[in-house]
Design a protein around this ligand. Structure first.
Ligand code: T5A
Length: 215
């Protein structure tokens, strides 16, 4: 059986990754392609438990190396329990965030040594490298405003998780890193303008998937 394709969605806060992951799965389903939608951190029971630890505002500041180890621990479990088995069974996998998020958030945002980030990524993702990564790009303040509008008033940080609560300079570093990754790996990555309406962004994504993955 042919292996499934592995698509990741990346970008800053509120870029629309979760929304677009669902729409892409539906579009693929209409073409007879069985796609599983998953997310990071999370995607497996252990991964979801680690997600709770990482996003909670109760744990105070966590240093970038500790964060990178926790994200990669969750990722390894996710790869072994869900991503690789699904791909081996011929299913497509659409993952809302993956290793590029560690490069951006802990590497560029948290200023963790790039060599450490790369080494961890190499160990953890050797069995599952994306065929296509869609980088959803929009100005960081716009993404944060979307995320804030979605969950205003739900928690002590005004509904924001630890990362959403970081300053704008942090979020600008993320955006620049995602764009740098896209430009340095053009065969794997495509930048999608995430500013237009949901339907327009979805159409752009489907066009890229169609062209890059031969649908
Ligand atoms: N993280 C993650 C790391 O630091 N390192 C890592 O290695 C990994 C894997 C995860 C956090 O962990 C960090 C990054 C994150 O901070 P999360 O809650 O999963 O936390 O955070 P996000 O992935 O950023 O999820 P969000 O839900 O905030 O953003 P999405 O998924 O990009 O956006 P979405 O689809 O939920 O949309 C947000 C809102 O905008 C609206 C939606 O309806 C929704 O209300 N929207 C639009 N509005 C207008 N126009 C459009 N085109 C819209 N698209 C969506």
């Amino acid at each position: 059986m042919a292996k499934g394709k592995f698509i990741t969605l990346e970008g800053g806060e509120g870029a629309g990754k979760s929304t677009q992951a669902r729409l892409l799965a539906a579009w693929l389903g209409a073409r007879g392609i069985d796609a599983v939608v998953t997310r990071e951190p999370g995607g497996s029971p252990l991964g979801e438990s680690i997600r709770g630890l990482l996003l909670s505002s109760q744990n105070g500041p966590i240093d970038p190396l500790t964060e990178a180890l926790l994200f990669n621990g969750a990722r390894r479990d996710h790869v072994l329990r869900l991503i690789k088995p699904a791909l081996d069974a011929g299913r497509w996998v659409i993952c809302d965030r993956y290793a590029d998020s560690t490069r951006a958030y802990q590497g560029a945002g948290g200023q963790l040594d790039a060599a450490i980030v790369e080494r961890l990524e190499h160990w953890v993702t050797a069995d599952a490298r994306p065929d296509l990564t869609l980088i959803l790009d929009l100005p960081e303040a716009d993404g944060l405003a979307r995320a804030a509008a979605r969950h205003a008033g739900t928690e002590s940080l005004g509904g924001r998780d630890r990362f959403e609560a970081a300053d704008l300079a942090f979020h600008l570093r993320l955006r620049l890193m995602f764009l740098r990754i896209a430009r340095s790996e053009p065969a794997r990555c495509a930048i999608v303008n995430a500013e237009p309406a949901v339907e327009e962004v979805s159409a752009a994504i489907c066009a890229v998937v169609s062209e890059r993955l031969g649908l």
